[in-house]
Design a protein around this ligand. Structure first.
Ligand SMILES: [Fe+2]
Length: 479
């Protein structure tokens, strides 16, 4: 213990800069203390970061309480440790979901972030038995969250990412499948868990599909599409080698692309040949695909349009009863503005932002929601006020930096892209930018400065101003 205190005191006088170090904020009140044990823990004071607990040293409940008594709500861990952190969180998920002292919103956020992290790992290589068991554990926690609270599905949907990454799709399908099955009267926790596990695993066969095909931004050729179709059989074969699959997992994995009229794949099953769970999985899979931004598709469906499309395709392709139940689930759970106005994401214009760090062939993805508002932006031709010493003319802008407030830090040189409905409406559904700086604020948020790779027109900047959830966008400078 004496040694621990000594390390803490020494470290306190040796601050590190968060923006360069790459730290993740951890809400102390919400996470289990064991998720921080053995990790380097940093504290933030006045914009500086100090090592509080060295790696390998015990960090216990009493330590956490002491920090909370000092009104320290957040500690920080290294981005490098995020995998260890999330794996510990994963083990504690059921306890977190059942903890009456943690806000429902926080539980949902923790569950979603943990599930995304696991999905990234499932897709990093063919998953083994251990990963399949972990998927079942995450599915169990999702079932518990949804069953405990009537409003939980709406909360979960609210934080869904709608980008084209397979990892987010796996998690979305897991949550949608469990909620829909429950909506249709299935309350058996074990079976719901299997359905959710199937959702998390349903596209793992994509690890056998070449990345250049999966990630192409061009329209798929017929040959490429045939290659992609193989993911169903390859995924099933792989999972069967790993372990004995329950009928529910098997149905979701192997039938999610089958259609009632036999037009689906891989087997072209028809009507009764398709299991009820296979039909259900096909509906939620299609819905999530339609409402997600895809690199090769120019347009994303709003929630309302996607439901209409499913309805138009029933009973030919989709089971009528399940589509009807799904429509009720979505319409009852989501705010009305989400239904009509918000392709690619709920919330009537919330910006979703994803960042990826490319190291070798691997991509680590981080997912953010960024509430920001616009300031200091004027009309075309007006002078923009950039503080006392800086001015520039709006129509000459070729490259700008925009500051976002984010709840997680970005690393300099990370690529990010931004999508939202307003940008899509003007034909820009993806803005790619490179992070140039990440600055911490006292409240645990980060301002992220991003340089856009393509010039931003004043129209696009104006569109950014109209995003309701935006809290702060400041035009900083033209180099
Ligand atoms: Fe699929």
């Amino acid at each position: 213990m004496a040694e621990e205190v000594l390390v803490k005191e020494e470290a306190a006088g040796n601050p590190l800069l968060c923006s360069q170090a790459g730290l993740l904020p951890v809400p102390l009140r919400c996470v289990p203390v064991e998720s921080l044990t053995n990790l380097e823990i940093y504290l933030q004071t006045g914009g500086k970061y100090s090592l509080y607990n060295a790696k390998g040293l015990h960090f216990g409940l009493r330590d956490a309480e002491r920090l909370l008594e000092r009104k320290i709500e957040y500690v920080y861990i290294s981005v490098k440790d995020h995998q260890v952190y999330y794996e510990t969180m994963e083990k504690a998920l059921s306890r977190i979901v059942g903890d009456p002292n943690i806000q429902e919103e926080k539980k949902t956020e923790i569950l979603y972030a943990t599930a995304i992290e696991l999905s990234n790992q499932l897709l990093a290589g063919p998953p083994g038995k251990e990963e399949v068991k972990r998927a079942a554990n995450v599915a169990r926690a999702t079932v518990e969250l949804i069953m405990r609270n009537r409003m939980a599905f709406g909360g979960l949907y609210e934080i869904f990412n709608h980008d084209f990454y397979t990892a987010t799709h796996l998690v979305n399908v897991c949550g949608l499948s469990i909620s829909l099955a429950q909506k249709m009267g299935l309350y058996d926790v074990e079976i719901l868990q299997q359905i959710g596990t199937g959702g998390l695993l349903h596209d793992v066969g994509k690890v056998f599909v070449p990345n250049e095909i999966l990630n192409t931004t061009e329209r798929l050729t017929a040959e490429q599409f045939e290659t992609i179709k193989n993911h169903v059989l390859l995924g099933r074969q792989h999972l069967e080698k790993v372990m004995l699959l329950s009928p529910e997992i098997l149905a979701v994995v192997s039938e999610h692309h089958e259609r009632m009229d036999g037009s689906g794949y891989p087997k072209g099953l028809r009507n009764e040949e398709l299991s009820p769970l296979g039909r259900l999985a096909g509906i939620v899979d299609t819905f999530d695909a339609m409402t997600s931004v895809r690199p090769y598709r120019s347009r994303t469906f709003s929630v309302g349009e996607a439901l209409q499309e499913l309805e138009d395709q029933m009973p030919k392709k989709f089971d009528k009863e399940i589509v009807n139940a799904f429509t009720v689930l979505i319409e009852k759970s989501l705010p009305q503005n989400t239904m009509a106005n918000s392709p690619g994401g709920p919330g009537g214009g919330k910006v979703q932002i994803s960042a990826e760090t490319i190291s070798g062939a691997k991509c680590t993805q981080f997912y953010f929601r960024i509430p920001i508002t616009v300031r200091k932006l004027e009309k075309t031709g007006d002078k923009l006020s950039l503080g006392p010493a800086r001015k520039l003319t709006a129509h000459k802008i070729t490259c700008v930096r925009i500051g976002f407030l984010s709840d997680l830090p970005f690393l300099p040189d990370q690529n990010i892209y931004i999508t939202n409905q307003q940008l899509e409406a003007i034909g820009m559904n993806k803005l790619i930018a490179t992070i140039s700086r990440c600055i911490n604020h006292r409240d645990g948020w980060y301002t992220v400065e991003a340089e856009f790779i393509h010039p931003l027109s004043i129209e696009i900047i104006d569109k950014l101003k109209t995003i309701t959830a935006v809290r702060e966008v400041s035009l900083l400078a033209e180099n």
